[in-house]
Design a binder for this molecule. Sequence first.
Ligand SMILES: [Zn+2]
Length: 488
Amino acid sequence: MYKPVIGLEIHTQLKTESKMFCSCANDSDTENPNVNICPICLGHPGSLPTINEKAVKKVLEAGAALNCKLRDVSRFDRKNYFYPDLPKGYQISQDRRPLCAEGFLDIEGKRVRIKRIHLEEDTGKLFHDSKEQCSLVDFNRAGIPLMELVTEPDIRSGHEACRFAEELRLIFRYLDISDADMQKGQMRVEVNISVSHMEGRLGTKVEIKNLNSFRAVQRAVDYEIKRQTGLLENGKHISMETRGWDEFKEETFSQREKEEAFDYRYFPEPDLPPMYLNDPPFNKENIKLRTELPQKKRDRFNKEYGITDKKEMDVFMNNQELADYFEKIVSEAVNWMKEWDEKSTVQKKEKIELVRIIKSYLLSDFLGTLKGKEIKDVLITPENFAELTLFIYKKEISSKIAKKLLSEMYQTGGDPSQIIEEKGWSQIKGSEDIKKIVLEVVEENKEAVSDYKSGKEEALQFLTGKVMAKTKGRAEPKEAQRMIKELI
Ligand SMILES: [Zn+2]
């Protein structure tokens, strides 16, 4: 039985105004090549880098969120290698003294240890023009702050790798460290994977690069586990290499063999001072997490609102504005209930029922009409949304009217009680009124009545529809149906 051992290396571009060591704009949406450049990020002789304080702080925040140990001193090193997208002939990175180390992130109850998080500069981009038979280079990306996170080999499957990367992206977004858009290359995941049949022993390591979606991470890992296991079971050997992922064939392919580890001749960057992490501006007091982290929020949403469904939870966790809006509505709804019932507290059971109603309208009808619009531009105030919820809870309006009302509120931003009043939408109260209408419908549709009696269930739907039409949707369908059955 072969067991996979997987570690990840994740590069994330930091969201800062300027680049890592110069004042050029850090803007990944710039379309024209070589406009955000200067002598520093082009590595002209005599130019001197300066450290972007905000970028360092963002990495330290990531470290705090990922339970990393605090260090005293961190510094930059030169990583020497030649490549046309690297203008200086070396990359300013961190070798022995990264900003953060020895952290962890728990994913679905499993701990993945984080070896280190360091800060470096991104490289330029090469474009190969086959028509002109030349390569072009764009240095807009050169010098953009890049955070590299390396995990310990604690991951065992494609699912775990994917979940880890997804949670990391969520944390980075919550902290506003990066938008971490994989399609735009703002977050790049590399996988190191080997399989071995002996516990605690590592097999030959294969690296997978160019994974530009979470789905690709999951599929590539699962594919590679199968491929390597298959080779070993057939007595073949695995070569140490870098492999790419073919999105269409859904398989990995060999890119290049790794003969031996490349010697980067790291040495301390002489142009930059060391960073003392116990002193301002990098000390603990200055690196406080101002946001609730995703896992904490998940636990709270589960405890406070009884949300257990994974899909529902994901919608709220991935959309912070929607989650905030939801929380405000719930709090307003609780206030409405206290006011209506003239009581000082609302029972847990009642709150959960309110939450159920709010969720069902918020996540279906409301999200459906939102169509990319931002919550802050929505006309319905949390207070009005909450009042609508109370009308539904108290059965003052039918679910059909509730939908119409929500749509009206969405368009006009109106107050629900006013709209109900103006449109005459309140629920038909008292069974006598509905009974009268049901009797009329039964009288007018004798054929359907006898159809139902002879066992045709759909005839009941037809009759209910007639009642709903006559009341213009102001009756509750279930109640109407019950009454029809009772009267025929
Ligand atoms: Zn520059």
